[in-house]
Write a protein that binds this ligand. Structure first.
Ligand code: ZN
Length: 245
């Protein structure tokens, strides 16, 4: 609360997204990568996002009146530099070739829930079906020292890392960045060394007392631990009180 005093005012944390959509989370992928996207990799990507987000979701089910028991992740769109990068069948996907101010492929902001919190998708060309809540941003500029970035807009990862680990049970950098999307603070050992933040929610000057291994302390755990689970439950409890859920 001290590090992010405006946190409760933000209505777009992943829990907000889940509750607003009755458990449906739609991703749009920003493919800032010169390699091709195969149909197999796209199918694995949906599974990996479902499997990983489910791990966080599951710690909330049954806790303090959390109202959902199931959660479904879909990927509804891809933003690419060139449509030819998408191999195979792309029916059912929104394909975008527009870019943001930095030249990075961008999914249509008209279809982005965060800027249409009233649910009005009338400006989105595909309508409600094309709504996305969050992005997976695969960016080939991310290599080596920086594992990723995360916030409630989504997770930014190296395509080599993500696609190379897409079938893993614990894609630990993805799990960490998802944690930031829920609003959890993290601690990044690399960030401390280089003063580069992977999210906007890292705490630099202290470690929670008695805790040495948890996914939000990057590099110290490869999976969501009980401490991570209780941080999320505690945050849900605060959101619940603030939102009147
Ligand atoms: Zn972090």
């Amino acid at each position: 609360m001290k590090e992010n005093p405006q946190g409760l005012q933000d209505k777009n944390w992943i829990i907000d997204q889940m509750l607003a959509n009755n458990g449906s989370i739609n991703y749009c992928v920003r493919w800032n990568h010169s390699g091709n996207s195969t149909a197999t990799a796209r199918a694995s990507t949906v599974k990996a996002l479902q499997h990983s987000l489910q791990k966080w979701f599951d710690v909330l089910v049954g806790f303090e009146g959390f109202p959902l028991t199931t959660m479904n992740v879909d990927v509804v769109g891809y933003a690419v530099k060139n449509k030819n990068l998408l191999e195979g069948d792309v029916s059912g996907l929104d394909v975008y070739t527009t870019t943001d101010g930095d030249g990075v492929p961008e999914c249509d902001p008209h279809c982005y829930r965060a800027i249409h919190l009233d649910g009005d998708m009338s400006q989105c060309p595909g309508g409600k079906e094309s709504r996305y809540d969050i992005s997976l941003w695969l960016d080939e500029s991310l290599t080596g020292d920086i594992g990723g970035y995360g916030y409630n807009w989504g997770q930014e990862l190296s395509p080599t890392y993500f696609l190379g680990n897409v079938d893993s049970d614990n894609i630990h950098i993805l799990l960490h960045e998802m944690g930031h999307g829920f609003g959890l603070l993290g601690m990044c050992l690399l960030s401390i060394q280089s003063r580069l933040a992977d999210g906007y929610l890292d705490f630099y000057d202290w470690v929670p007392q008695g805790q040495t291994s948890f996914i939000m302390m990057a590099g110290s755990a490869m999976e969501i631990t009980e401490f991570d689970a209780w941080m999320l439950r505690d945050w849900y409890r605060k959101l619940k009180a603030a939102r009147g859920w």
